[in-house]
Design a protein around this ligand. Structure first.
Ligand SMILES: Nc1ncnc2c1ncn2[C@@H]1O[C@H](COP(=O)(O)OP(=O)(O)OP(=O)(O)O)[C@@H](O)[C@H]1O
Length: 681
């Protein structure tokens, strides 16, 4: 009798043959298309003079159709080639109530045997595939657009197929997920984030497949898979709603270019196109039409780390509060009710009465205030024309156009913003000086006023917005996002990974801005070994965190007599890494100054300094700051200068936590003199 493995190997060969055949057929079809396309173009070229406009339009359309079909065939081939490498990773034998048992093989894409009209591989996003993630053996059910299908799972297997070869098959009679998951997590890191389709966990699957939430907030501990889940969720929604939403309709707001590059492979790996991405500051510059240079978030955090001036902290604290947004809203109401300072308008012998002008202003209350001027001016012109029974001269028209805006106290958003602080009775909180860069804390407040006073509709085409590192954004950011993106949203972050505690948002803060949000909390941490996770918990304890049972070396904390000795030790660690088998080493400092200092000692091939200007990161040795390392991960992490002098404030604590939680397998901290108080006991 055949063993399970033998039978599976034979089946794999069968599927590979069918895939190869489908690829050959696809190639033939593409060849056919391109020769037809060539002929068609040739025909048009030769008969150009005898074709009328209608013939040309018809010919154009048919060429476009052929090109489109050709592109689809090429995309299909790409998917089949991918499947040939690894056709599937899971199987369930499901018996629906009153139905017959059939094996369901699950892969990254679906594969249909066109001759037998049989689905040989199901896409991981297909409704039936949810059984694989949600159930073990026994009673099970999955939702379909036409209702719940109930039945039972009689067999469940997992496979690792690489380069077309079966590496292992595991029978799932208990909970095999853990076994495969352990193997996946023990692997070395990559310069690009990987997909996790083969090992998505049940709680993660629920978030990925959630179709009801208009705003989904994922608050998860470090390494809980938040970013992975958000990307898989996008892939799922693109599959589920493929007729109404395409990759170009999604927007990812990412913290920086390196992070954007790091995650850029996941969706293409899942067969989807690249998703547009934008940094929060790029968005800000765009919304301010590049008119006001501003301090970046990175510069704000650096300034706080170098010199936490109390007045600066106070400004950030206030402008990061929910109260700030409430006050801005109250101020806008005050403006609406009190800032019309006009009187009647005289045009020759005619007087346009004040109640008429004011009435027109009020009539347009749904239009942003500064956008009402031309509308009111037009109404006044009509009034004058009707009253005088004649056409207006050009001079009269422009006189009205100029007079109306003057009836308002201000016409520039920046003037309103300055005035807001006077109205509030807190002029000291305003640091908007002519010719100077705006402080970061003012940027989104100014944008909010612009949105309310002028209206902006630039991003209405976006159908799904993803916001990563949600803890770094404040209520005023969310107030802007809520108005600018009226679409569905997935917002994710971890309040424990705050790099600026004076301006951090928790899931609760975000819920206040989006009361309709569904909030999911993820407690299981996958990235780091148990030892590293336990160590990081000493810095920022989180009683809800559940560490995955994966072991490695205890983190090392080493004291040195002088910074020179410390850096020599770091150098030795780098040499050891370079001769070992791991892919990435992150040397994570608190400040860029420290990172540059380390770089001067370590300069050499394979060593890269990652700064705010970097756009990508490669494998090897990376020297950077905690702020820039957010969202990334490394096989091994070294945290130099972990002394009491470096890490002492609340901001520093957040930085140290972020730095340590980037390590997957190994962590070393070095210091001179006294250890940071966050690790002293
Ligand atoms: N179900 C899973 N199967 C395999 N690997 C997983 C799974 N969930 C998470 N991981 C892995 O855990 C690591 C952390 O994932 P990810 O970066 O998405 O987490 P995060 O919550 O965004 O982290 P952080 O907030 O700390 O940056 C990644 O290597 C990811 O591949």
């Amino acid at each position: 009798m055949k063993t399970t493995e033998q039978a599976e190997r034979e089946y794999l060969e069968e599927i590979k043959e069918k895939l190869a055949l489908a690829i050959r057929r696809g190639d033939d079809a593409v060849k056919q298309f391109s020769s037809e396309l060539r002929e068609k173009k040739q025909y048009i070229h030769e008969h150009q003079s005898s074709l009328d406009d209608a013939d040309m339009v018809a010919a154009d359309q048919s060429i476009n159709r052929m090109a489109f079909t050709g592109e689809a065939a090429v995309a299909r081939k790409r998917k089949l080639l991918k499947l040939l490498q690894s056709p599937y990773f899971g199987r369930i034998d499901f018996v629906p109530q009153g139905g017959a048992k059939s094996p369901v093989y699950i892969g990254v894409h679906s594969f249909l045997d066109e001759q037998q009209r049989q689905n040989l591989i199901y896409d991981w996003r297909a409704p039936i595939s949810s059984l694989f993630y949600d159930y073990e053996l026994g009673a099970a059910a999955y939702p379909t657009p036409s209702g719940l299908v109930e039945g039972s799972i009689e067999l469940k297997r997992q496979y690792k197929i690489r380069d077309g070869q079966l590496e292992f098959v595991l029978e799932n009679d208990v909970n095999i997920h853990d076994d495969v998951l352990q193997r996946e997590l023990a692997k070395s890191s990559d310069d690009k984030m990987k997909n996790i389709v083969a090992t998505i966990q049940r709680d993660q699957n629920a978030v990925i497949r959630n179709e009801t939430a208009s705003v989904m907030v994922i608050q998860g501990v470090a390494g809980s898979g938040k970013t992975s889940i958000a990307l898989h969720r996008i892939a799922f929604l693109l599959y589920r709603y493929r007729d109404t939403i395409a990759a170009k309709d999604v927007l990812i707001l990412s913290p920086n270019k390196v992070f954007a590059d790091y995650i850029s492979n996941v969706l293409p790996e899942l067969g989807e196109e690249h998703i547009p991405e934008l940094g929060m500051e790029e968005l800000a510059a765009d919304l301010l039409e590049n008119r006001y240079p501003f301090q970046t978030f990175f510069e704000q955090v650096s300034a706080l780390l170098e010199n936490p001036n109390p007045a600066f902290v106070e400004r950030i604290r206030f402008k990061s509060s929910g109260e700030f947004v409430s006050q801005l809203n109250k101020y806008l109401l005050h403006v609406e009710n009190n800032y019309f300072t006009g009187s009647e308008l005289r045009l020759g012998r005619l007087l346009v009465p004040l109640p008429f002008i004011l009435g027109r202003f009020k009539a347009y209350h749904r239009v942003p205030l500064l956008k009402r001027f031309p509308l009111v001016a037009q109404d006044v012109r009509t009034f004058v024309r009707d009253a005088t029974q004649r056409k207006l001269t050009g001079q009269e028209k422009s006189l009205i156009g100029e007079a109306i805006p003057r009836m308002f106290k201000f016409t520039q958003v920046l003037d309103f913003y300055r005035d807001f602080y006077r109205w509030l009775g807190r002029p000291e909180l305003c640091r908007v000086e002519p010719g100077q860069r705006l402080e970061y804390a003012d940027v989104f407040a100014l944008i909010y006023l612009r949105l309310r006073l002028e209206g902006i509709t630039a991003y209405e085409h976006v159908k799904h917005l993803v916001v990563d590192e949600m803890q770094d954004y404040t209520p005023v950011h969310y107030a802007v996002l809520a108005r600018l993106f009226p679409c569905r949203k997935t917002i994710l972050g971890d309040v424990n990974q705050t790099v600026n505690p004076y301006s951090a948002s928790s899931a609760e803060t975000i819920e206040r801005v989006f009361p309709q949000a569904e909030v999911v909390r993820l407690h299981r941490s996958y990235r780091s070994t148990l030892e590293i996770t336990a160590f990081a918990q000493r810095i920022t304890p989180n009683p809800d965190l559940i560490a995955l049972e994966r072991h490695g070396r205890e983190p090392l904390v080493a004291r040195f007599e002088s910074p020179a000795e410390e850096l020599q030790a770091v150098q030795r660690l780098v040499t050891a890494f370079q001769s070992g088998g791991q892919q990435s080493l992150g040397i994570i400092c608190k400040t860029l100054r420290q990172a540059t200092q380390v770089q001067q000692v370590l300069q050499g091939p394979g060593v890269q300094l990652l700064t705010a200007e970097s756009t990508a990161f490669k494998e090897g040795v990376i020297i950077t700051t905690a702020y820039l390392a957010k969202g990334l991960e490394f096989d091994e992490v070294i945290v130099p200068f972990a002394s009491a002098a470096t890490y002492q404030t609340e901001v520093d604590q957040g930085m140290l936590y972020v730095a340590c939680t980037r390590a997957m397998h190994q962590l070393t901290l070095t210091y001179t003199q006294a250890i940071t108080p966050f690790l002293s006991c």
